[in-house]
Design a protein around this ligand. Structure first.
Ligand SMILES: *Cc1c(COP(=O)(O)O)cnc(C)c1O
Length: 394
């Protein structure tokens, strides 16, 4: 067990909590009261572990990349979350939450999605469990991410377009919240990252912590030590990053590096680098850093990778940053694209554009030959082929 946990009310230092409208209070309150005893029970853990193994395909490999190791003069390992069922780490969380929903006797699932990855992972878990689901998605995103919309429909989900505002992720989130308020008794809302009101950040962190649990055991077997010198992960809302950091937070040795999406440059006005630019505020029910104007309006973020295109950051990362336990850096769209190209050519692995952000920080590090570096490869790049085709003139 980790000593690192939020308070009873879901605070990491001053960040987190549950700032929700009164109409949502019963839903959030039920989760807060129930989640700990459910997810730590033996029967839950048994079912969760069995699905992670036989359905998701865990443990995912920890691959020693001889090519990257010689290029960057260090010992570089890739944690292959791209090999999970549905192609990314998001399924770890949706499988956990669907088991929780079942135990709370919920009959319907709702979720919001931007690029569609979380929507697909949710629709997948719902198909498996025979529970109906409704996925809210901005109208603009539905057009941009048609293959994922079609996957969700094939899996049996109802996809509802959000037609207000900028018709993207935050509008879809508003629609999902409205739906939840109207159906408090029988509906569970599956949030896809370590964001939202308590208990979501803690709950999602715990479901994703299987990533660092495996890294520890795999490194021990491969190197004799379970503690790497560095762990790198990309940072959108922060679920793959906290999953990769979780079991190393309490050790004094491992340097935790989270890589944000710099977009066209941190000061270009087209960026999603929340920590670099953000100020404290409240977004989607928790206190954290977010990109906002002087009078507190949330700024539309930009990143070439849809999964990192979010104006906030999970409260746990705000806390790890402020306490100095994690270092938050950023790379640009162009640097991420270059890293994706290099990994495809050198190791035969086409990474998701999100994951390519973590890889793109390697050339900026001062590494020594015996440094052990783990890069969390959060997902695979199939969904990004249109972007790659355009930029690499394939
Ligand atoms: C959604 C997604 C992310 C970003 O979400 P986090 O919660 O920050 O992990 C990163 N990588 C991939 C492949 C994704 O699908």
């Amino acid at each position: 067990m980790q000593s690192f946990n939020p308070t009873e009310a879901g605070f990491y230092g001053e960040f987190g909590g549950a700032f929700v409208p009164e109409m949502l209070f019963p839903n959030v309150d039920e989760l807060q009261r129930e989640y700990r005893s459910i997810i730590h029970s033996d029967s839950f853990q048994e079912e969760f572990r069995a699905l992670l193994k036989d359905y998701v395909g865990r443990p995912t490999p920890l691959f020693y990349s001889a090519n990257l190791s010689s290029e960057f003069n260090a010992q570089i390992y890739l944690k292959r979350e791209d090999l999970n069922h549905t192609g990314a780490h998001k399924i770890n969380n949706t499988v956990g939450q669907i088991l929780l929903a079942k135990r709370l006797n919920k009959k319907h699932i709702i979720a919001e999605t931007g690029a569609g990855q979380h929507g697909v992972a949710t629709a997948t878990a719902c198909a498996l469990m025979g529970i109906g689901c409704t996925i809210f998605m901005g109208e603009v995103d539905i057009e941009r991410q048609m293959p994922n919309v079609e996957r969700m429909k094939l899996l049996g989900a109802k996809v509802v377009p959000a037609t207000s505002g900028s018709r993207t992720l935050k509008d879809a989130t508003n629609e999902a919240i409205r739906e939840w308020i109207n159906n408090p008794v029988d509906t569970h809302y599956i949030i896809g990252s370590v964001v939202g009101p308590h208990p979501y950040p803690d709950m999602v962190s715990k479901f994703q912590s299987v990533i660092s649990e495996e890294i520890k055991a795999q490194l021990k077997e491969k190197t004799g030590s379970s503690e790497p010198d560095y762990i790198l992960a990309c940072l959108g809302g922060g679920s793959n990053a906290i999953g990769a950091f979780y079991h190393f937070i309490d050790n004094g040795k491992t340097k935790l590096i989270a890589v944000e999406a710099g977009g066209e440059g941190v000061h270009s006005g087209r960026t999603a680098a929340t920590i670099a630019l953000g100020r404290k505020g409240i977004i989607h029910g928790s206190k954290t850093y977010l990109i906002q104007t002087d009078d507190g309006q949330i700024t539309e973020p930009h990143s070439i990778s849809a999964g990192l295109d979010y104006p906030g950051i999970g409260p746990v990362h705000a806390y790890l940053h402020d306490t100095g336990r994690a270092q938050v850096v950023s790379v640009t769209d162009a640097e991420a694209l270059d890293a994706a190209f290099q990994l495809s050519r050198k190791d035969g692995i086409i990474p998701a554009l999100e994951s390519a952000h973590a890889l793109a920080y390697l050339p900026k590090m001062k590494l020594r030959k015996d440094d052990v570096v783990v890069v969390n490869l959060s997902g695979r790049g199939d969904k990004d082929m249109m972007t790659y085709k355009k930029h690499f003139e394939l």
